[in-house]
Write a protein of this length. Structure first.
Lengths: 389, 200
């Protein structure tokens, strides 16, 4: 299963673990297709204790991956949640066994549109079945079975990662002792679908995209993917954050250029975000992952009543949102809280004051760290988890 | 663990061990922590102030941001053995509806509130001609969160109207010590009261 990897995949798989699953017992996807065998790339930090009670699953968001707390093999940048995960941090590998799985459909080593179809030997490209958040979570559960991990002390994630956390709690309530969905929603809103559609159209409008078969033509739809990233990146920030960071400051010049170069710093910043994204993300993967988020509707999957997704749930929940997040605003988290209350679940909810927009969950937010640390302390006490392993 | 306020201790004493309780307006979580640690109660909280909620959750307590008027509706019937509302009823928009919701969500309700018929309040109104300010009602008329003040007798009358059974009523003096007097005098000398109610 390791032929025809992209350079990025090769570098990723050299720095993490992977398992080939579904051989003989394929994964039944929500779209009806049986997928198998399929590869799941994952990274771990820390050690599983003898009782197997200290496992924490981190679910990564759209534009991150399994390299949570280490230098990224492709970009060379530090891990995306190093503020949270590491020695002496809230999620300390000395205490917890931390796992992060590259989601199905992604491009950092797990099976997605980059892979070859086993039956035909041809690259999947756009023939790869559309995967859902539920499919991603079932693949993660299959990996835990493979690793012999019966249940998780905590499942935690922000944004698309938060959606996976909710799906985990709804699908495998007995395997999730505690759940921390951050800056997310139980369904993708019309506005969010709209932004994703702009991104997808930008990719598909790029002549280098070639109907999704760009690798066959040895082209890269770099401009389309960069524009998709630029659009999305705006939604991750707040107006205040953009204003504070850039204002109307000019880039490398003292006066307006009366042209269409990046006159303003904010333009230059976005262009940089777009062009660097292309180095680590695959355009088709971007279509698939954004689609998975669009399709997410937890209430819809439970007869239109969100509380039904959590009936009888033994899981302890802690939700967090951020005041300036307009992509996943607080009222969407509160909707989940109300559903959990209706299901009489154990739930805590904190809205963190921050002007950093949706991205706040990835940044240094002491209030978020304090909340998470206190919540895990309480959960660990109930679980009987010792201070150190 | 440090001791808790006298009025909170009174409420805590009313709660049986190994039960489920919801504390509305739980503040910094002192009562929740006490119930959890000393009575093994499955205790949840609701608090309006974000600072309060964050402090509670950071201490490992299960608390959500919300208020009695809006967020009690989300809970199912009989979700708790006790629903507690400490010194908050007078600040709700619809006290009667809040009480109804409390007794729907909980088998019992524990409510404490300041007595607006306390002799100091009466004196200030009658002879001072000004809105009363006392230790349990420290606000000026224009900045008070207390929009539905009542006396102990008013509260009894409401319980009667609603067909709610009063299981216990404790009247406290200005030092938060229980006083034992006939109702007429209790309504004059009590500065606050704690009631335990249940559906009839």
């Amino acid at each position: 299963m390791l032929q025809d990897l992209t350079d990025a995949e090769r570098m990723a798989l050299a720095q993490c673990r992977y398992a080939v699953l579904g051989d003989g017992r394929p994964l039944r996807l929500d779209c009806g297709v049986d997928l198998g065998p399929y590869r799941v790339a994952y990274q771990t930090y820390g050690t599983l204790n003898a009782d197997k009670t200290n496992a924490i699953l981190i679910c990564h968001p759209l534009s991150c991956d399994q390299f949570v707390a280490e230098r990224h093999p492709v970009t060379g940048k530090e891990g995306w949640w190093e503020s949270l995960v590491g020695p002496g941090k809230v999620l300390d590998p000395a205490r917890y066994f931390i796992i992060c799985v590259n989601v199905l459909g992604h491009c950092m080593g797990s099976t997605g549109p980059l892979a070859r179809e086993a039956a035909t030997g041809q690259p999947w490209n756009l023939r790869f079945p559309v995967v859902t958040i539920g499919d991603m979570v079932r693949a993660q559960a299959a990996l835990l079975d493979h690793l012999g991990i019966p249940d998780l002390f905590c499942v935690i994630g922000g944004s698309m990662g938060g959606m996976q956390v909710l799906e985990w709690a709804a699908t495998y309530p007995k395997r999730v002792f505690s759940a921390v969905p951050i800056a997310c929603a139980a369904h993708h809103s019309a506005q969010n679908i709209a932004f994703h559609e702009v991104g997808r159209q930008a990719i598909m409008a790029d002549p280098e995209w070639k109907g999704g078969d760009y690798r066959l033509h040895q082209t890269v739809p770099a401009r389309g993917l960069a524009v998709a990233r630029m659009t999305a990146h705006i939604t991750y920030l707040s107006e205040q954050a953009l204003q504070r960071k850039f204002g109307r400051a000019l880039q490398d010049r003292n006066a307006l250029g009366f042209g269409f170069d990046a006159d303003f710093q904010v333009e230059s910043y976005l262009r940089h975000q777009g062009s660097t994204f292309v180095d680590r993300f695959d355009a088709n993967s971007y279509l698939y992952i954004t689609r998975a988020m669009d399709y997410f509707d937890l209430a819809g999957a439970h007869g239109g009543v969100l509380a039904n997704a959590f009936r009888g749930s033994p899981t302890r929940f802690c939700l967090m949102s951020f005041t300036s997040d307009w992509l996943f605003p607080t009222h969407e988290s509160r909707e989940i809280v109300h559903a959990l209350n209706a299901a009489a679940a154990n739930v805590s909810f904190v809205e963190v004051a921050s002007d950093k927009g949706h991205d706040a969950f990835l940044l240094d937010e002491p209030e978020m760290f304090r909340t998470l640390s206190g919540f895990l302390k309480g959960a660990a006490a109930v679980r009987g988890l010792k201070e150190t392993t | 663990m440090k001791s808790i306020r006298v009025d909170l201790q009174l409420i805590a004493d009313m709660v049986a061990p190994d039960t489920r309780a919801l504390d509305i307006g739980c503040g910094d979580g002192a009562l929740l922590a006490y119930l959890t640690n000393f009575k093994r109660v499955d205790a949840r909280g609701m608090e309006l102030s974000q600072a309060g909620v964050n402090a509670c959750v950071a201490n490992g307590l299960s608390v959500i941001q919300g208020d009695a008027d809006a967020d009690l509706r989300a809970y199912p019937d009989d979700a708790f053995d006790y629903v507690i509302l400490g010194q908050t009823l007078q600040a709700t928009r619809e006290p009667r509806e809040v009480l109804r919701q409390m007794l729907r969500v909980g088998k019992r309700a524990i409510v404490s509130f300041p007595n607006f018929a306390h002799w100091q309040v009466r004196l200030r109104m009658v002879f001072g001609g000004r809105m009363p300010q006392t230790t349990s009602l420290p606000y000026k008329w224009y900045d008070t969160p207390n929009i539905h003040l009542c006396s102990i007798d008013d509260f009894r009358a409401l319980c009667h109207d609603m067909g709610v059974r009063i299981e216990r009523a404790i009247v406290l003096n200005s030092k938060s010590r229980p006083i034992h007097m006939p109702p007429l005098l209790a309504n004059l000398f009590g500065e606050q009261a704690v009631f335990m109610l249940r559906r009839d």
